[in-house]
Design a protein around this ligand. Structure first.
Ligand code: 5GP
Length: 212
């Protein structure tokens, strides 16, 4: 089948819901995905690498990126800027990769406005208690930051209805399988295969014209 442009997949979910683990499982077993590395003004957590987990930039540089329209979307989250660099996403979509943006709700809804064919997926924990346990267990944030994030989660839950799909992360591998199935289904959408449809139509035309 003629390779068509990839799908833009937006994945959101509360901090601590396990998006990172699910995506790791998805990327380990499946091909054809590209992960968009965001820019942020927040400080790196232990173990985070610049250019891998995020592009860690100053507030000044981030504001320059906004001014130069280098970002597909950006948002402020718990006092820091986060944004999606546009050039990488465009290039990978053009090459036929399904590009995953792991971003929060404001950014996701901004993407939906700009790119209506983007697929918005919201990941939920099996329960509110499970979310709090996971955040506390991670041990990378202070109690104050955890409370801030849980409050923010309450607010964000309001945006989940506007997403296209909900997936529940009880088991990361199972959730990754479900996510993969969902994304593969997007590849089968008629709208994702317009070049292929056109090619078949043209080839049929040629064949029938030759036979006349
Ligand atoms: P964290 O600081 O825990 O890495 O991320 C905080 C939140 O920012 C998460 O919900 C994450 O998905 C979101 N985020 C990460 N990158 C981006 C981005 O480029 N744009 C937006 N809007 N949100 C992002």
């Amino acid at each position: 089948m003629t390779k068509s442009r990839g799908s833009l997949i937006v994945l959101s979910g509360f901090a601590g819901v396990g998006k990172g683990t699910v995506l790791k499982s998805l990327f380990e077993t499946k091909e054809g995905y590209a992960y968009s590395v965001s820019a942020t003004t927040r400080d790196p957590r232990p173990g985070e690498v610049d250019g891998v987990h995020y592009f860690f930039v100053t507030k000044e540089r981030f504001e320059e990126m906004i001014a130069k329209e280098e970002l597909l979307e950006h948002a402020c989250y718990v006092g820091n800027y986060y944004g999606t660099p546009k050039a990488y996403v465009d290039k990978k979509l053009e090459e036929g990769f399904d590009v995953i943006l792991e971003i929060e709700v404001q950014g996701a809804l901004a993407i939906k406005e700009k790119v209506p064919e983007a697929v918005l997926i919201y990941m939920l924990p099996p329960s509110a208690e499970a979310l709090k346990d996971r955040l506390t267990g991670r041990g990378t944030e202070t109690e104050e930051v955890i409370m801030k994030r849980l409050k923010r989660a309450c607010e964000e839950a309001k945006g989940a209805e506007q997403y296209d799909y909900i997936i529940v992360n009880d088991d990361a591998d199972e959730c990754a399988l479900e996510l993969n199935t969902l994304i593969r289904a997007q590849r089968l959408r008629a709208k994702s295969n317009l070049p292929f449809i056109r090619k078949i139509r043209n080839d049929l035309k040629h064949i029938t014209e030759e036979g006349e």
